[in-house]
Design a protein around this ligand. Structure first.
Ligand code: FPP
Length: 265
C-alpha cells in the first residue's frame, strides 16, 4: 500500500494537496464503499474565464488541469470508471474558433498525456459520434484507444460529439438492424440488451454524477444510464474544481440512502 502510494507520488508528482480538509476527507472516506463509476459534466470554463477577464479558451485550458487532477485521484482511489463530458452534439453551435480550441486541446491532451495515462493503466474510450470529429482529433483518439486498449486500472470515457438522445437513437438503430436481419427477436430486447447497445456497453451505470458551476440540468448527458445515479452539484467552476471538491462529493455520496425505487429494510 505504502509502496503503491510512493510510486504514485514519484511518477505523477504530488497527488494534489493532502493537507487540512483533504486529509480529513480522506479519513472520512470508506474505501470499500466508493462508487465504481463516476460521471462529470465539466462545466463553467467560460464563466471562470470571464470573471478573470480572460478569453474563453483560457477557461478550457484551465479545465484540462482539473481533469488531470481528478483522473489522478481516481487512479489513487481505485475508481473503475470515470466518464467526462467534453463536447456535446450541441457544442457545434459555438463559434468555430471555440470549437477549434476544444478540438486542439483534446489533441494536445492526448499527445502530451498518453504515455503517462498508459503507464498508470488507464484505458481511454471515446464515446459519442466520433466519426464526425475533425481528422486530427480522430487520429489522436484512435492512437490512444490502440495504445491503452488493454489497460484496466481505470476506464476513462471521454464523451465527444456526445448526446444522450443521439446515443439512444444509435442503439435503437443497431437493435432494429439486428432484428431485421433475423438475428434478434424484438421480445428479447430488455433493459440489459438495450444497455448493451449503448456506447457504454459492458460498463456499470454511473453511481455518482458531479456537476460543477451550479447548473441543475442534465444537458443531454447519459440519459439512459443516469436513471438511478446520485447527483452532486457545486457552484465551483470546473477550472477551480480540485481534489478536495471531489473527495467531498465522495463523502456526501457515502451518506446517501440508495434505494433504487425499493424500500430500505
Ligand atoms: C463547458 O463549459 C465545457 C465544455 C463545453 C468543454 C469541456 C472541455 C474541457 C474541460 C477541456 C478539454 C477536454 C479534454 C478531454 C482535453 P462552458 O464553456 O459551457 O462554460 P460556461 O457555461 O461557463 O460558458
Amino acid at each position: 500500500m505504502v509502496r503503491k502510494y510512493l510510486s504514485t507520488l514519484i511518477s505523477w508528482g504530488r497527488p494534489g494537496k493532502t493537507v487540512g480538509s483533504d486529509a480529513r476527507l480522506m479519513q472520512e472516506l470508506d474505501r470499500k464503499r466508493l462508487p465504481k463509476h463516476i460521471a462529470i459534466i465539466m462545466d463553467g470554463n467560460g464563466r471562470w474565464a470571464r470573471t478573470r477577464g480572460l478569453p474563453r479558451a483560457m477557461g478550457h485550458r484551465a479545465g484540462v488541469e482539473s481533469l488531470r487532477e481528478i483522473v489522478r485521484t481516481c487512479t489513487e482511489l481505485e475508481i473503475s470508471v470515470l466518464t467526462v463530458y467534453a463536447f456535446s452534439t450541441e457544442n457545434w453551435r459555438r463559434p468555430q474558433e471555440e470549437v477549434d480550441v476544444l478540438m486542439d486541446l483534446l489533441s494536445e491532451y492526448l499527445r502530451k498525456e498518453l504515455d503517462e495515462l498508459h503507464r498508470h493503466g488507464i484505458q481511454i474510450r471515446p464515446i459519442g459520434r466520433i466519426q464526425e470529429l475533425p481528422p486530427g482529433a480522430r487520429d489522436e483518439l484512435e492512437r490512444a484507444v490502440r495504445v491503452t486498449g488493454k489497460n484496466n486500472r481505470l476506464i476513462l470515457n471521454i464523451a465527444l460529439n456526445y448526446g444522450g438522445r443521439a446515443e439512444i437513437l444509435d442503439a435503437t438503430r443497431e437493435l432494429i438492424k439486428e432484428a431485421t436481419e433475423g438475428k434478434l427477436h424484438p421480445d428479447a430486447i430488455d433493459e440489459e440488451r438495450f444497455s448493451g447497445a449503448l456506447y457504454t456497453r459492458g460498463l456499470p451505470d454511473p453511481d455518482l454524477l458531479i456537476r460543477p458551476s451550479g447548473e441543475m440540468r442534465l444537458s443531454n448527458f447519459l440519459l439512459w444510464q443516469l436513471a438511478y445515479t446520485e447527483f452532486w452539484v457545486t457552484d465551483v467552476y470546473w477550472p477551480d474544481f480540485r481534489r478536495g471538491h471531489f473527495l467531498q462529493a465522495l463523502v456526501d455520496y457515502q451518506g446517501r440512502d440508495r434505494r433504487f425505487g425499493g424500500l430500505k429494510i
